[in-house]
Design a protein around this ligand. Structure first.
Ligand code: ASP
Length: 407
């Protein structure tokens, strides 16, 4: 009974934190500054703690994961499969976004004043810069700046180095193993605070944005969320059910705590430790989860891709631009790259939207139209982003297990 209660408790409390946070948010809608001044800081504190532990977790668990795969080729197989899974689901996600936005006429019926809109696009990096930037010129700076992709590269190289060093690498391997365990224990402590963190994160967001859901952008929000749900339910259920050999209900139940945290924090990277925890509980092996998930939190953004597809279509329709099939294909390709380049932190998908719009000559000022509700769209896309990472982890793990059983 006691054990049962414990098992239920974290997911239950996180969910309760979300519900209470939403209710309190509505209560503070008349005076949002109260929620912002007195409640938001606790959410920030919680996120700071997660950000503090995420760098050591990613660094050590990937080094340890690479070492435990024992073979550089095996890392290549898993990495290759992971990237293929990620790319296919992302392209599918944008196509779904474009299709629904088109069929449901996302921006057509609303009347928006498009004159006088201004949006200063932050410079989105070019494709080639995105690739070059993955490889750091300094081994420490990426950890200071929490540049995830660069940390992953460093960790993979150190893992390879330790494997190649053989006996002499043993001390380093033991150190990585021990530090992974220590970091995970710290993470466990921080995760215990998630119900309070989720409450404090969601409450000010609802207090400040609650009414926007009912405003003129309601149609955009509703269609974007519809596509999020369709993609998550159909694509991921099919993936985990067929390739991952896992019941979809069990899957969604297992990662629910991570989904709730993603919704309230709008940060894939902030959700990473909890997502690793949930996938391991669902049976994914540690070495696979701790390799595939950090990679996913950085490069796999299906929700962001959907958002970019729907938003691009919305902006095109509002500005009266008819997109050709070739332009839609361009959107699929650039949004795939843009979602890879999107950092797993709040709001970054909107910055990368500029790259997508530019690729087909749509006006960047359109971003100003949707910027006000970006947070609402961001919460949903982050949930899809991390659910996609988890689904892929379960699939890659199942495929790898099967391969090993055959060998
Ligand atoms: N907030 C999203 C995430 O962390 C990224 C985005 O803004 O699209 O996954």
């Amino acid at each position: 009974m006691e054990a049962n209660k414990k098992k239920l408790s974290l997911a239950f409390w996180i969910f309760l934190g979300l519900l209470l946070g939403i209710v309190a948010g509505f209560a503070f809608m008349g005076a949002p500054h109260i929620a912002v001044t007195y409640i938001k800081p606790f959410g920030t504190l919680f996120l700071n703690l997660i950000k503090m532990i995420v760098v050591p977790i990613v660094l050590f668990s990937i080094i340890q994961g690479v070492i435990s795969l024992e073979d550089i080729r095996k890392v290549g197989y898993i990495g290759g499969r992971t990237v293929v899974f990620y790319l296919i689901t992302t392209m599918f996600a944008i196509s779904l976004g474009l299709l629904f936005a088109n069929v449901l006429n996302v921006g057509g019926s609303a009347n928006f004043a498009t004159q006088g809109l201004e949006y200063q696009a932050a410079a989105a990096p070019s494709f080639i810069d995105t690739i070059i930037n993955i490889f750091p010129s300094n081994a420490f700076a990426p950890m200071v700046n929490a540049s995830m992709l660069q940390i992953i590269v460093i960790a993979i190289f150190f893992g390879f180095g330790i494997i190649l060093a053989g006996e002499k690498g043993k001390a380093a391997a033991d150190f990585a193993d021990s530090m992974t365990e220590v970091s995970m224990q710290i993470m466990g402590l921080i995760i215990k605070l998630s119900p309070i963190g989720v409450f404090a994160l969601i409450c000010p967001v609802v207090a400040e944005n609650g009414l926007a859901v009912l405003g003129s952008l309601a149609r955009l929000i509703a269609i974007t969320y519809l596509v999020y749900i369709i993609h998550a339910v159909f694509v991921y259920s099919t993936m985990v059910g067929t390739v991952g050999k896992l019941g979809p209900v069990k899957f969604f139940k297992g990662i629910m705590p991570a989904m709730v945290l993603a919704f309230s924090s709008a940060s894939s990277v902030g959700t990473l430790p909890l997502n690793i925890n949930c996938c391991e509980k669902l049976g994914a092996r540690k070495e696979v989860a701790s390799f595939v998930l950090p990679l996913g939190a950085t490069i796999n953004m299906d929700g962001t891709a959907i958002y970019q597809g729907v938003s691009a279509m919305f902006i095109a329709q509002v500005f009266g631009v008819e997109l050709t099939i070739a332009q839609m294909i361009t959107i699929v390709l650039t949004a795939t790259l843009a979602s890879i380049g999107t950092a797993g932190v709040p709001g970054s998908g909107m910055i990368m939207l500029a790259m997508v719009l530019e690729s087909v000559g749509l006006p960047l000022e359109g971003i100003a139209l949707i910027a006000g509700v970006d947070r609402i769209l961001d919460m949903g896309r982050t949930v899809v982003n991390i659910t996609g990472d988890a689904a892929c982890t379960m699939c890659v793990d199942a495929v790898q297990k099967k391969k090993e059983a055959r060998a």
